[in-house]
Design a protein around this ligand. Sequence first.
Ligand code: AMP
Length: 475
Amino acid sequence: MREHCGLCGVAGDPEAVALVAEGLHAQQHRGQEAAGLLVSSSEGLKVHKGLGLVSQVLSTMPDGWRTSGIPAAMGHVRYGTFGSGGVINAQPLLVRMAGVQVGIAHNGTITNAAPLREDLERSGAIFTTNSDTEVVLHLMAREMEGTGGHIRHSLELALERLEGAFCLLLLTPSELIAVRDPHGFRPLNLGRIGHSGWAVASETIAFPLCCAEYVREIRAGEILSIPNGGGEPRSGTFDGRETLFGGPCRLSQCIFEHVYFARPGSLVFGDSVYEVRIRMGETLAAEAPSVCDTVIPVPDSGMFAALGYSRKMCVPFDMGFTRNHYVGRTFIDPATARRAAMVTRKLQPIPEAVKGRRICVVEDSIVRGTTSRARIRALREAGAKEVHMRVSCPPHRYGCFFGIDFPEPSSLIANTRTLEQIASLLEVDSLAYLSLEGMLSCVRAHSPCDYCTACFSGLYPVQPPSDGIPRPCGG
Ligand code: AMP
């Protein structure tokens, strides 16, 4: 199972359900397989979830949830790949431990989930999903007796056993708890709603729709709890320590959130995704100019890098592809031939925009290369005289263990190939990637060494799972 997801929670506002629903809509790009909403109602915690888009899933939400003044709610959108299970893995998960209801939703990948799960199963734990998120619940449940049924303390003891990438939202009958792992792999942000309400979201693009104003990032290693009824959030452990995870830990924020995953209207790790992508395009133009008549993006993710590239090059930007928005996701289809066919259907060249011209196509990333090759061919068939390609990140050579869905390394076009070999496979007249240093020079809010670049450099900030299989599961 492979996932990459989005989180949204609201506490202290009687419109919490409607606001979380809006926050999930705004983050639909982070996961389209399943969605779910968990509310803290007068009859206890209740969950509603299903397969499909937020609009489909929430259209069958129980009557009255939106209007009954529920003060706290949280939700999740889930990205799953082919065969990654059904509604059983949809989140939030809701359980009762030692008589207390606890709901959880997760973005990231717990890298030591497999051995933890094996241990738990050996000692009798029964799992109902194949998601690593459930491991957290089982670890918490084991601590409940020793902590006298103290949820926060039990959670903190469970968190100390986790490795890898995890942004978590938990809802109990009394509080909404946000957690970010000490490496800060995935983004998580805090927003303020009026005087006593608060919102938490993976991406800040959710905040305007949640009627929230951005306050700050949830810090790496931070545990923040907000009373369901509103009031000041409390940061730190239940017994007053600032952070749970001990000494200093290298920040390892995922740079690929900026390259591809996040929405351009978001702040991610404190930087505007829009501005970072424009700078990536400008830096790419400075590093690898091309002789061309028109710069065109691969929509949608290559759009802003292409804009930056064309501005810096002083070459006109044009839309050379038209996108069919009604074709489903192409990236996850494991059958190469089928994926290529879907890609052709999804993006078609506009002959009038490319015919007889020297085109420079700007793409955010090349992964397997199959879609890129199909696009290059289509441009030539539409009459392009030359096709140059520029990519706004370095070559992807390694797998991700921290929550991005990439195929196994041997399927990555750049895994063992040189630039010339890749250019010849893609059938382009020239090819260049943004350098690692160039990419990192485009972020401003944190230092360049605060980012994980493992998929480009092979330098993993956290030990990969012992089987070495990229398993970006989680929530
Ligand atoms: P390909 O090189 O044919 O495997 O596909 C690369 C395209 O997939 C690029 O246009 C990217 O925007 C997009 N892409 C890159 N990484 C991912 C990912 N993890 N999930 C979905 N799409 C992705």
